[in-house]
Design a protein around this ligand. Structure first.
Ligand SMILES: *Cc1c(COP(=O)(O)O)cnc(C)c1O
Length: 716
């Protein structure tokens, strides 16, 4: 951090080097006000933005737009934030102070300028770090720096997805190189049968939380290995296991190099489960105890969160791959190949079983959870074979339902409204239901006007994007034509998802005539904004996407159905802040949680969803809309047809009539009643602050205490 007499450019840079700016709307305004056009051009990346200014230019523009005091104020606030002593964590987490939580995740979604995430899992991890920071919980993140991130999405003229990979420039990112005790750049090493793998380490500051990112692109690695951390979820199983070796073992070694002893290991999904083995190795060496004792001890403070009921979402590796990459490591632990493979097998004696990362994590963590109530149940059923002597209900996997980092997802206008109507302390009381109860007193007209403004903002965003899309494809749509797209007075449905087949994004298209009729209704029409990416190798997903894109090109729909390319943090923010209704139609029970609908409700949108994931526990008949009654069928086609029927019925009989039911003042008071009720009752329950507090109270603190107790006993 710079000295108080540093110049404005340095101060802005110091602000930009901590992602804290990204969840404070006045910071974003500050950057934008320096040069709105450039701010958009650099994709809201403040480092790239500032790299385009000389210190003199900043001074000039600050003088011109009277930004001096705002910059100084922002700088002071960041300092106050970093130094605050009175946090929830300071009061509740004293025993994590010396031994923090170390949180591993293969992706972190923190902001659009840092494309090191692909979707929900990453966004959740990013929100976890931000809330841990706000709450003052001693927590450190570990992840990978992907030089090309996930892919950028374009659709060709036929609506087929094409992928773009852009090399990140570390000079344009808020990364600091991490140095070892001797002052030289920290490099972690992992010996494998096919050579040593190296990685350097970057630090990304997320408020009070440090996130360390491993990067294999350094001298000393083979050309292939330098590209190991190029892409997220690209490549084959061999690349995958090498990435996971880096993340788990490499990540744990960063902690050792920096002399940080973890009080808790939290594995966000199985990708990082090798960290457990490295921690066991460290404890064996440090405490001079044999493998099985170290294993038992480490499991006491290991927390594992599983994120998907889809079988393909759990990594499984062949014995060959495991031996190639962990053979050297295995010898260090003194285990035979069979004993080592058994760590990742449901049936330790079944030599045909591959090594599963989820199994490794479940066998070696005292605390494990799914990410919603229904996902907890599904996970217990799914992993029951690991505990053959226990009935399904007693499988030791609980649940903590995901939540979202409110300040990152709340529209600035909505923030203003809350600030004036809920009291200035609302930000520190976001997990208190009584604070949210004040939403009832917000004036309907005021809430509706805010919502309509956000809807207009979404429409302008969509038009801007469509114009870019059509220019790129060489279509000569005129501005006048683009300005006909979407109508602020029409009920806007948003639907953005990963195009995996089980998400069934096409459910609403299953009866095209019926849908077209709803869209073209002369009195009560609907309009739909779609977005989402298919995995580059998932042709079924791409076909599904194409079907939707092509439907949006038809003459009957071209102004009322749009597909916005390149769903990312920025597109998500616009969508969830501006829609009236958020549509989610996964095949029950395959949605683990889903968080986008939680972002929507805070901004005044209502959910219309299958009773799966978080919605199965959130929906109470008054806070949104349900598709069906939570039924399932063994035949996916039957389930699809039934759910489609329910979807149309709910739209036709509940959603559309309620939205268009206007009173003399033109305002839909019954609709607004639901908006308010949803914010009041669900806002705090599905916030990441509530989630992180749950993890802390139920998992982190008992885990950290268990180790101290066990160690104490051992010393006696
Ligand atoms: C919130 C979010 C997600 C996760 O949403 P789901 O409800 O799980 O689909 C995925 N991608 C982006 C960009 C998001 O912001």
């Amino acid at each position: 951090m710079n000295a108080p007499n540093s110049n404005l450019h340095e101060r802005l840079r110091a602000l930009a080097m901590n992602l804290w700016w990204s969840w404070h709307p006045d910071m974003i305004d500050l950057m934008r006000d320096l040069n709105p056009h450039l701010w958009r051009e650099v994709d809201h990346n403040p480092i790239a933005f500032l790299n385009r200014f000389t210190p003199e230019e900043v001074e000039e523009r600050a003088a011109e737009f009277v930004l001096h005091s705002r910059i100084n104020y922002a700088f002071r606030r960041l300092h106050e934030y970093l130094e605050a002593g009175q946090t929830w964590g300071a009061m509740h987490c004293a025993n994590l102070k010396q031994k923090p939580v170390v949180y591993f995740s293969a992706e972190f979604g923190l902001h659009e300028s840092l494309p090191i995430y692909s979707g929900g899992l990453g966004i959740l991890a990013g929100d976890h770090l931000k809330s841990a920071s706000d709450l003052g919980i001693p927590l450190i993140g570990i992840g990978l720096l992907y030089q090309q991130g996930y892919f950028g999405q374009r659709l060709n003229g036929d609506g087929w997805q094409e992928e773009d990979y852009v090399e990140l420039d570390v000079n344009n990112l808020p990364l600091q190189p991490v140095t070892a005790a001797d002052g030289r750049p920290l490099v972690v090493q992992m010996a494998t049968r096919s050579g040593t793998l190296l990685a350097r380490v970057w630090l990304l500051q997320v408020g009070r939380v440090r996130l360390f990112l491993l990067d294999s692109n350094i001298d000393g690695n083979s050309t292939d290995d330098r590209r190991l951390t190029s892409r997220l979820y690209g490549g084959d199983n061999r690349l995958r296991i090498r990435q996971e070796l880096l993340l788990g073992v490499g990540g744990a070694r960063i902690m050792q190099a920096l002399n940080i002893h973890p009080g808790v290991l939290h594995l966000n999904e199985g990708h990082s489960a090798f960290a457990i083995l490295e921690e066991i190795r460290r404890v064996m060496e440090y405490d001079r105890i044999p493998f099985h004792r170290a294993q038992r001890r480490v499991s006491l403070y290991t927390v594992f969160t599983t994120h998907t009921p889809v079988a393909a979402g759990h990594d499984r590796f062949s014995p060959d791959l495991v031996e190639e990459h962990l053979g050297v490591f295995r010898e260090g632990l003194g285990l035979s190949t069979d004993d080592f493979m058994a760590l990742g097998r449901i049936n330790p004696h079944d030599r045909s079983e591959p090594f599963c990362m989820t199994v490794l994590a479940l066998k070696n963590s005292r605390r494990a959870n799914g990410v919603s109530a229904i996902h907890g149940t599904v996970s217990r059923l799914m992993w029951q074979p690991l505990w053959p002597n226990r009935p399904e209900g007693e499988v030791p996997i609980g649940h903590i339902t995901n939540g979202v980092h409110i300040l990152s997802w709340l529209a600035p206008q909505q923030y203003q409204l809350f600030e004036t109507r809920l009291g200035r302390d609302w930000v520190t009381r976001m997990t208190h239901p009584d604070m949210w109860a004040r939403v009832a007193e917000v004036d309907d007209g005021e809430l509706w006007e805010t919502h309509q403004n956000l809807n207009m903002q979404l429409i302008r965003f969509v038009r801007r994007r469509l114009l870019m899309q059509s220019e790129r494809l060489g279509h000569r749509e005129t501005l006048a034509q683009i300005d006909q797209v979407l109508d602020p007075d029409v009920l806007t449905i948003g639907c953005a998802r990963r195009f995996a087949t089980y998400k069934r994004v096409d459910l609403i298209l299953s009866q095209p005539e019926r849908l077209t009729k709803l869209i073209g209704d002369p009195h009560r029409p609907i309009q739909i904004v779609f977005a989402g990416k298919a995995h580059p190798r998932d042709d079924d997903g791409k076909r599904l996407l194409q079907r939707i894109a092509q439907y949006s090109y038809t003459a009957a729909c071209c102004r009322r159905v749009v597909f916005v390319e390149n769903y990312d943090y920025n597109v998500a923010r616009h969508l969830i802040q501006g829609v009236d209704v958020w549509l989610n139609t996964p095949r029950r029970p395959l949605e683990a949680c889903g968080t986008s609908g939680q972002k929507v409700l805070l901004n005044g949108g209502l959910n219309l969803s299958v009773l799966d994931g978080w919605w199965a526990e959130a929906y109470d008949g008054k806070n949104g809309f349900a598709i069906g009654h939570g039924g399932m069928h063994d035949d996916p086609d039957v389930q699809y047809q039934r759910d489609a029927e329910y979807l149309y019925e709910t739209l036709e009989q509940e959603v559309i009539p309620l939205y268009y039911e206007r009173e003399a003042d033109g305002i839909p008071h019954q609709w607004i009643k639901r908006m308010k009720y949803a914010i009041q009752n669900l806002g705090w329950r599905f916030s990441a602050d509530r989630m992180v507090k749950d993890y802390t109270e139920r998992f982190y603190l008992p885990a950290a205490n268990a180790t101290s107790a066990e160690t104490a006993c051992f010393i006696k």
